[in-house]
Design a protein around this ligand. Structure first.
Ligand SMILES: NC(=O)c1ccc[n+]([C@@H]2O[C@H](COP(=O)([O-])OP(=O)(O)OC[C@H]3O[C@@H](n4cnc5c(N)ncnc54)[C@H](OP(=O)(O)O)[C@@H]3O)[C@@H](O)[C@H]2O)c1
Length: 426
């Protein structure tokens, strides 16, 4: 529709404006809410709860974690978390959008099959729930029962989309996180792990590096999804501070395919759509951007290790890959697999975005690349994260050479990358 309007009427508008406009009239009007101000206002409202449970340190021994509540198990990362948790716990309670527990379980079984994961489903209980609903959609008896049943919470579920407005995503991403924090503080405290994203640390006023702590610096990026994650981080930090809740803010970077099979969510994945588009153009923009890849299975193992070792207070773990490639190194590695794209000056490359074929990987995400691409990546603090993972015998580094070959092979087999047509340079 965006391309049709441009061609037939000469009207151009960013895709994000379309997503943020509930009607054609609001799109034509061109006025939009100030999402940053809305997020700041929400974060400034104090978190409310009646009868918060006492801090674990003040009560008797913290219960060992036998039952974990997991959200987002049907998602790309979530099914790997379910796999990792089922290998270590008696029970995983999955809160899921589904018509019935049986229907939800069938979805998880399908997702596990697709990913090639052997999950012991006798340890899985599915409970229909909606992150966007008040109290997650539970009545009070069910809420209290759940609060008594689970020992810890791993909150992975989210409305993940980079174009919708803050207001649109707030109910699931902010409201859902607040409801789960209330659950964590009901009856007895339950350690809480919130999956955020590294990009939150990147978009803050005055940021010169991505720290291993939650900052209340002003967010600067007008991106609804990231703003909901920023408010989520603020809420988790507030609950740790006010109630002594043991909490982790875990920030993955670029989540990529399984390091053993290559399995990935390529069809909806921004990273792969960008690279496919560049290969189709035979050119990529020469920028200082870097490529960092964290295989989903490795990430799930690291998240599980961190979530199962709660400590008093809040800790922030930056779970990107410590190794990053320059664009040149990345495209050289793809070229070694027979996939060719050459560097091109940013302005010339951007001009080509105006006439993309609809089949080009960049067609849907074009608007992310029409602005200033000169921003250099920020260094990421990870010393605390890596030290903690080393204590669990875990190392986040990977052999990129082997990984890239595996991914390319998988994506070719899946028909996403065509080795013949995409090696033709323009
Ligand atoms: N992918 C990345 O590169 C990346 C990077 C950094 C951080 N993260 C974070 O990692 C987490 C997982 O990402 P992902 O890529 O695995 O996302 P995903 O595949 O889109 O999965 C999202 C999950 O959240 C669930 N969900 C969404 N809205 C819900 C609602 N209203 N009620 C209940 N469940 C709901 C989805 O359930 P349905 O099956 O019902 O849709 C799905 O299980 C997210 O918190 C994301 O912000 C991702």
């Amino acid at each position: 529709m965006q391309a049709q309007l441009r061609d037939s009427l000469g009207i151009d508008f960013p895709m994000a404006a379309f997503y943020r406009s509930p009607t054609i009239a609001t799109l034509a009007d061109g006025r939009h809410e100030d999402m940053i101000e809305r997020a700041l206002a929400d974060a400034a409202e104090p978190f409310t709860i009646e009868h918060a449970a006492p801090a674990l340190a003040d009560s008797a021994e913290a219960a060992p974690i036998r039952t974990m509540l997991l959200t987002g198990a049907s998602g790309f990362l979530g099914i790997y978390l379910l796999h990792a948790l089922c290998g270590r716990l008696d029970e995983v309670v999955c809160l899921q959008r589904c018509a019935s527990a049986a229907a939800g379980l069938a979805v998880l079984q399908d997702k596990a099959r697709e990913a090639g994961l052997a999950i012991d489903f006798s340890r899985v209980e599915v409970i229909p729930a909606d992150l966007a609903a008040p109290q997650l959609g539970f009545d009070t008896p069910r809420w209290r029962q759940l609060a008594a049943e689970v020992d810890a919470i791993l909150h992975c579920g989210a409305f993940v989309h980079h174009l919708h407005s803050y207001e649109e995503m707030k109910r699931a991403n902010v409201g859902g996180t607040e409801a789960l924090l209330r659950l964590a503080l009901t009856q007895r405290q339950k350690p809480f792990c919130f999956i955020s994203t590294l990009s939150v640390g990147e978009m803050l006023a005055g940021a010169v590096r991505i720290d291993e702590h939650v900052s209340n610096a002003r967010p600067l990026l007008d991106n609804g999804y990231l703003l909901t994650k920023w408010v989520g981080e603020q809420r988790v930090a507030e609950c740790a501070r006010r109630f002594g809740l043991p909490a982790v803010v875990a920030r993955p970077g670029n989540i990529t395919g399984d390091s053993r099979t290559g399995f990935s969510n390529f069809a909806h994945n921004h990273f792969w759509l960008f690279n496919k588009g560049c290969l189709q153009l035979g050119a990529y923009p020469e920028t200082a951007r870097e490529v960092e890849m964290m295989p989903v299975d490795l990430l799930a193992g690291a998240l599980t290790a961190v979530a199962l070792q709660p400590r008093t207070g809040i800790r922030t773990v930056n779970l990107n890959n410590p190794l990053a490639l320059t664009q040149r190194q990345w495209f050289a590695a793809l070229a070694a697999c027979g996939l060719r794209a050459d560097p091109q000056a940013v302005a010339s490359w951007q001009r080509r975005l105006a006439d993309l074929e609809p089949s080009n990987g960049l067609a849907l995400i074009r608007d992310f690349y029409t602005g200033d691409l000169s921003v250099a990546p920020l260094p990421v603090d990870q010393i605390g994260t890596l030290t903690e993972l080393a204590r669990h015998g875990m190392d986040l580094s990977v052999d990129y050479g082997a990984l890239i070959q595996l991914y390319v092979g998988y994506l070719r087999d899946a028909g996403f990358l065509d080795p013949v047509s995409e090696t033709v340079a323009s």
